[in-house]
Design a protein around this ligand. Structure first.
Ligand code: HEM
Length: 349
């Protein structure tokens, strides 16, 4: 296996990400209306300065013309948690589904694993071809809303689909449909990105036994070095102007965990992939200058599901001798809202 630091250097970031990584200042202007921040204290202050606006939220932004009520949001997370835990206990789908272009192969595999028990057309909501297009998503939403056979149904379906079945009234139903689509996409895309980034950092073949036996540490180290949620936005507002002279009321702010997680003040040999940094760390999230799931005030509601599911996915991959076929040396990380290394992999099973 190539030395860890070389593996990280072998990632070729999209030029715009590379430019950000090259910035030495911790507060800097990215363009006329965007200020980048990687100073961990200032990031924490910004997150705490005001609650996230409903329009800034991702999964729980308004749907069907109305805000998502807190109750409905917590029911969604609870249902998602049940489905993930049930999935983790279920044997994975045939391993050939893991072969192909990552992270997409992993996204589809996770959808199949966790949500394929849902009846058509509910399962259509989570198909990648659908979730990538707003127009197709709207069509899928309307199809599910008007489908006559979804009134409770026979057979097994997920707890998340149960939220659609159990909705009272047209608006609640449309919201439950949107939440199903957003929650399944956020989960499967995010965990696939994390697992793919971990596979790349671990090396092209079978990772050494010590990494395999502590996949949790390898995943925390991946969340540090290649965090899927690498850039978080806050829209403009007066709440931030007092916090730093560079920030004007009309600026939006880009919080940059990717940069923060590589700062030598906090991380010795920051560019090295060293899972052993996390050995014996009881609560990784309390590590200073580390925010793979955000900071207090807007912390990820699904964070307890991510590492366990990624660990299960990687175990399935190793059990079936998944190896990276190409590229051998330099993998591309495109400019996307989720940071993910692109490669082709194949199972040996
Ligand atoms: C690998 C997967 C995921 C990662 C890396 C991740 C990461 C994050 C991060 C960094 C934040 C802070 C955002 C900010 O401050 O702007 C956040 C917030 C949040 N995440 Fe996640 N997340 C993941 C999956 C999910 C899933 C599957 C759900 C639910 C279906 C979810 C629900 C939320 C919620 C509700 C918030 C709070 C912000 C809000 O109120 O909308 N996340 N997440």
């Amino acid at each position: 296996m190539a030395p860890a630091a070389v593996r990280d250097n072998s990632v070729v970031f999209a030029p715009r990400i590379q430019e950000l990584l090259a910035r030495e200042e911790k507060v800097f202007r990215i363009d006329a209306t965007t200020v980048g921040v990687s100073d961990s204290r200032l990031v924490a202050e910004i997150v705490a300065a005001r609650p996230v606006l409903s329009t800034e939220r991702s999964v729980f932004k308004p749907a069907a013309g109305a805000e998502i009520h807190h109750d409905s949001a917590t029911r969604t997370i609870r249902a998602l948690g049940q489905d993930v835990m049930a999935g983790i206990r279920t044997p994975p789908p045939p391993a050939r589904g893991l072969s192909g272009a990552w992270p997409y192969a992993a996204t589809s595999y996770l959808r199949r694993w966790l949500f394929s028990s849902d009846p058509l057309p509910v399962s259509l909501l989570s198909k990648r071809g659908v979730t990538r297009s707003d127009a197709l998503s709207r069509i899928a939403d309307r199809t599910v809303a008007g489908w006559p056979g979804l009134g409770g149904g026979e057979g097994r379906s997920t707890a998340l689909a149960g939220q659609i079945h159990g909705a009272s009234g047209a608006q609640e139903r449309m919201q439950a449909i949107a939440l199903y689509r957003r929650a399944t996409a956020t989960l499967c895309d995010g965990v696939a990105a994390l697992a793919g980034n971990a596979l790349w950092l671990m090396g092209p073949g079978r990772p050494p036994e010590d990494v395999r036996t502590d996949l949790t540490a390898a995943l925390w180290e991946t969340l540090r070095l290649l965090p899927p949620a690498w850039m978080l936005f806050r829209m403009s507002g007066d709440a931030y102007t007092a916090l730093h002279p560079e920030i004007r009321p009309e600026d939006r702010i880009a919080l940059l965990p990717l940069l923060m997680h590589r700062h030598p003040d906090y991380w010795p040999d920051p560019l090295e992939f060293r899972p052993e940094r996390w050995a014996g760390v009881a609560d990784p999230e309390n590590a200073p200058a580390f925010m793979p799931y955000g900071f207090d005030g807007a912390r990820c509601w699904a964070k307890h599901l991510i590492v366990p599911l990624a660990e299960r996915l990687l175990t399935a991959a190793f059990d079936h001798r998944l190896v990276i076929r190409s590229p051998q040396q330099q993998a591309h990380v495109p400019l996307r809202s989720l940071l993910s290394v692109r490669f082709d992999a194949q199972t040996g099973a």
